[in-house]
Structures are given as structure tokens and as C-alpha cells.
Design a protein around this ligand. Structure first.
Ligand code: FAD
Length: 502
């Protein structure tokens, strides 16, 4: 009997646990794991569609996280006697090449419903067909498998609550799969290839990385580097992801009070911080869910444990929404086809928002944390996004694209889904603008968050730290914060901009 050789193509599923594509490939006699750094995912690329603009696809934080994740995966595979073939190149060119070189019969892979990922998959499918190699596709990045949904994707509700109730009542979550035994590499295995350096993928990002350890130009924090200010430091890879599950859920016992702490703004443990690992696929959501259930069995089952699953279902919701709506999800008028909103383009205003120089401290702190670390809390994301989309009425897709570059936990469905929702063009949307000062007072009562990221405001009492434009000239002199010099004047009158929305 002839022996069977399979490739497994790793994408945003950089793990050995609960990986159906890997399990499938490991049914063969020989397996070659492959990862491609696709040049279309790096550097400046067009957004696409009408009114396009350029977007840097992957910024420093995610790029670094991904390189670490690929290195961790290679090391785990080597520990099991296998390896990871790494190439810079389009998968539709690399995979047929490697498959032909090793005489593979099939390529196992995970599938994603988003347009760019789908386009790549179609090209791969075509290229593999041309060389007579079978593509085998699996779905593995959601809690609920689409085959277990209680409705067809076309009939998926566009409101979260209806979706959640349906899956809570009528869909089960599959058990995570075990890590399989790795069959040996074939004799003719190609050169494994080096894991690239930052500069191989994006020269500008690499230069920015070199500049990163420059001290921050801020009067009160002259010696602090961005990495010292950054609270959550994310290390890529399945190993670090599993350690985070261990430390957040078990050692720290934080799941017990997640529902009460999840709106926090400063610190490592107010929320799980699982998102970067979930989105690069270093953690499977079903594995996280199985740990939540184990915790419920052995420690406590309460509103907080329920709420983590509730949030993972939000993640599922947006994944299935992109499967349902495709490209519309990423268009300016959104899935609701809202053509009545007059979106503006203003580069100078956009740049102030992106740099955290709007003069609205709650927004600026969010943007500076995002720029420095690649992560920012959900509460702060909502406010920063609402300011751009609702107060400035700048094209929300540009804001979302900026998040795409910067976020360490970027995921197309979660990012564009949340942005569209806030911009009033997406799921569940009424007009969802946030009263930013009220939010700041409520969630950052002692101004710890804004003064952490805007040290120039550190000497102000909290009410002024949130609204420095209320300082009189004499108070500015007393506190040593001169508006327009130490910290910007607000770029819009917030109250007047809310009135326009009503
Ligand atoms: C404008 C905007 C953009 C966003 N972009 C992204 C993105 O690109 N990638 C991303 O994973 N999340 C995104 N989110 C959702 C949310 O902010 C992050 O998932 C969350 O802050 C991650 O931190 P955590 O892992 O500690 O979350 P936790 O509060 O611990 O939640 C656990 C998990 O649930 C999921 N989750 C929680 N809230 C949401 C949500 N609103 N939508 C989808 N999934 C959710 C995440 O996978 C998260 O890791 C965005 C939110 C907004 C408002």
C-alpha cells in the first residue's frame, strides 16, 4: 500500500491543541507543517472597494506577537520530532511547491469567512487543483461550530441577544481536540527556512521598533519607555497563551469576579486579556471554554463565569455575521446600507485622533495606550471609536483600519463589527454614541487611567484631568498645565457635536 503524505497549512491557528486541520493531517503517514508570511498582509495596502485608502496591514505589536507565535509553534513541533517549514510568499505559490517537492496528496487547513482570507483560500484551492493535491478545509476558530448552529447562516439574527439566546438554548459546544501524535517528516523534506526578521516583512515597522526604546517625551515621565508604561505585555505563542489561562483563571482566581472588574481600564487582570492569543489562534475558544467549565466544577459557578462565555459568544456572533454579510460588513454604509450619514475626510483631524492629541483626555489616553502597547480595554476602545465616528464624523473605516494596524489582538470580524456597531451602520445599531466625559467620570473616577497615559495632567484633580478646558488661566498657572502648550485645546466642542447627532 502506498504511503500518504499530508501538508498542514498553519494560518491564524498557531497551536497544537484543538486543531482539527492538524488532527486531520496527522492521519497520514508523513506530515509537513507549513507557515507562510503572505506579503499581502504587511506594509501599506489598499483598503479596497469604493472610496479606498491605504492601510498598513500589520503594525509592530501584532507583527512581533506573530513572529513569537510562529517561533513557539516551531519549537513545539521540533520537540515532537517534526518541524515547521517557514516561507515568505503567497500561500498559493508556496503550498503547491512544497506539496510537489514532498509528494503530498493533501493540504489540511482552517477556513475563515472574511473576504481577504476567502480570496487567499480560493487561490490556494485553484493552485492545488492544478497540481492534483486535495485541499481539506476545517472551521476551528469559534466556540460553536457553524454546523451546530440552530439556524442557517442566511437566517442568522442580526441582533446579538437573539443570536445568544438561540445558541444558549439550542447549540452545544464541542469538546476541544487533543494534540495528536506527530508523524515523521518525509525523507525529502525541504529546507525549513528561517523565521523572518521584522525588517524582512516591513522596513518601516522595523525602524519604528528600533526607535521604540527612546524615552517618552513627557515632562513628568522623562525616563519611562513605552514598554515600561505598558501594563499588559503580550508574548506570542501557544505556550504563553496557556500560561495566561493558568494565571488568570487558576492562580489569580480572577474569573470569580470578572463581571465586576471587566470594565476596568488600568492593570493586567481586570479582564482576561486572552484576545491576542485567541485571534492568532494560539488559544482555541473551546479550550478556554473547557477551562471555564472546569473552574465552575471545582471552584465556583457564578455570573462572572457565565459572563466570560457571554463575551466569547460576542466574538462568535461577529464571525458568523461576516460569514452572512461578506463584503458589506466592511463597507462605509455597512450591513444596514446607511447612505444618509455624511462621512468626512480630514487628514489633520484624523492624525490628531490617531496620535492621542485631540484635547479630550479619555480619548487621548486610549489612543496613547493603543499606540504604545497594541492593547486597550474595551471601554476605552468604545469611547475612542465613538469620538472619531460620532463627534468628528470622520469615515469610521479609517478609524477601524488604524486599529487594524495597531491592535495586537486584531481580528477582522471583531474589529470591523464593533466599529460598525458604534458608527451606527452595523449590528444592533441605533445611534450608539458615547457621552465621553460622563463615561470618563464613571469608569475613571480618580483619573488614574488618563493620568497614567497623559502624565502631563498628573497634577490635576480628577474633574479637571477629564475636562482640562474648564481650567481658568489662573488655575492653569497654579497647576502648571497650560492649554495649547502642555496639553492640546479640545479639537471640538463635545456638547455641540452631540447636539448635531440628536
Ligand atoms: C472599536 C472596537 C474594536 C475592537 N476590535 C477588536 C479586535 O480587533 N479583536 C478583538 O478580539 N476584539 C475587539 N474588540 C472587542 C473587545 O474590546 C476585545 O475583545 C477585548 O477588549 C479584549 O480584551 P480581553 O481579552 O481582556 O476581553 P475579555 O473581557 O476578557 O473578554 C473575553 C473574550 O471575549 C471576546 N470579546 C469580548 N468582548 C468582545 C466584543 N465586543 N466583540 C468581540 N469579541 C469580544 C474576546 O475574544 C475576549 O478575549 C473591539 C472593541 C471595540 C469597541
Amino acid at each position: 500500500m502506498s504511503s500518504h503524505t499530508a501538508l498542514v497549512w498553519f494560518r491564524r491557528d498557531l497551536r497544537l491543541h484543538d486543531n482539527e486541520a492538524l488532527v486531520d493531517a496527522c492521519g497520514a503517514d508523513r506530515v509537513v507543517p507549513v507557515y507562510c508570511f503572505d506579503p499581502r498582509g504587511y506594509g501599506q495596502q489598499p483598503y479596497g472597494g469604493p472610496d479606498s485608502f491605504d492601510v498598513r496591514k500589520t503594525g509592530l505589536h501584532r507583527l512581533r506577537f506573530r513572529l513569537e507565535s510562529v517561533a513557539d509553534l516551531r519549537s513545539s513541533l521540533r520537540d515532537r520530532g517534526s518541524d515547521l517549514v517557514v516561507r515568505i510568499g503567497r500561500p498559493e505559490a508556496v503550498l503547491p511547491d512544497v506539496a510537489t517537492a514532498v509528494g503530498a496528496d493533501s493540504v489540511s487547513m482552517h477556513t475563515w469567512p472574511t473576504p481577504e482570507e476567502r480570496q487567499v483560500e480560493s487561490a490556494v484551492q485553484q493552485a492545488l487543483d492544478n497540481v492534483g493535491v486535495e485541499p481539506r478545509r476545517f472551521w476551528g476558530h469559534t466556540l460553536t461550530h457553524p454546523d451546530d448552529l440552530p439556524m442557517d447562516l442566511d437566517a442568522l439574527p442580526d441582533t446579538y441577544t437573539t443570536f445568544r439566546k438561540a445558541v444558549e438554548n439550542d447549540a452545544s459546544i464541542r469538546e476541544p481536540l487533543h494534540t495528536p501524535e506527530l508523524p515523521a517528516l518525509p525523507d525529502s523534506v525541504p529546507e525549513p527556512g528561517e523565521i523572518p526578521a521584522l525588517s524582512d516583512l516591513d522596513e518601516d515597522v522595523s525602524n519604528a521598533a528600533q526607535a521604540e526604546d527612546e524615552p517618552l517625551a513627557s515632562p513628568n515621565n522623562e525616563q519611562a519607555t513605552p514598554s515600561e508604561q505598558a501594563i499588559p505585555l503580550f508574548e506570542g505563542g501557544e505556550t504563553a497563551g496557556r500560561e495566561r489561562v493558568e494565571s488568570y483563571i487558576w492562580e489569580g482566581d480572577h474569573l470569580r469576579e470578572y463581571k465586576e472588574t471587566r470594565n476596568g481600564l488600568v492593570g493586567r487582570d481586570y479582564s482576561s486579556k486572552f484576545s491576542p492569543w485567541l485571534n492568532e489562534g494560539c488559544l482555541s475558544p473551546r479550550y478556554v471554554q473547557s477551562e471555564v467549565e472546569r473552574y465552575e466544577d471545582v471552584r465556583v459557578s457564578n455570573d462572572s463565569t457565565y459572563w466570560l462565555t457571554f463575551e466569547l459568544r460576542w466574538r462568535d456572533f461577529f464571525q458568523f455575521q461576516t460569514a452572512k454579510h461578506g463584503g458589506e460588513f466592511f463597507q462605509r454604509s455597512g450591513i444596514r446600507n446607511r447612505t444618509d450619514i455624511d462621512w468626512r475626510d480630514d487628514d489633520a483631524q484624523f492624525d490628531r485622533w490617531a496620535a492621542g492629541e485631540t484635547g479630550i483626555p479619555f480619548v487621548d489616553a486610549a489612543m496613547r495606550e493603543l499606540n504604545a502597547t497594541g492593547y486597550v480595554s474595551n471601554r476605552a476602545r468604545q469611547n475612542a471609536a465613538s469620538f472619531l465616528a460620532n463627534n468628528l464624523r470622520l469615515d469610521w473605516r479609517r478609524g477601524a483600519a488604524y486599529f487594524e494596524t495597531q491592535l495586537v489582538d486584531y481580528d477582522p470580524a471583531s474589529n470591523y463589527g464593533n466599529w460598525a456597531y458604534i458608527a451606527g451602520v452595523g449590528n444592533d445599531s441605533r445611534d450608539r454614541y458615547f457621552d465621553i466625559v460622563a463615561q470618563a467620570r464613571r469608569y475613571d473616577a480618580d483619573a488614574e487611567f488618563v493620568t497614567h497615559w497623559l502624565p502631563e495632567l498628573a497634577d490635576l484633580p480628577p474633574e479637571y484631568a477629564h475636562e482640562p478646558w474648564k481650567l481658568t488661566d489662573a488655575e492653569q498657572a497654579d497647576y502648571g498645565v497650560q492649554l495649547g502648550i502642555d496639553y492640546p485645546e479640545p479639537m471640538v466642542d463635545l456638547d455641540a457635536s452631540y447636539e448635531k447627532l440628536d
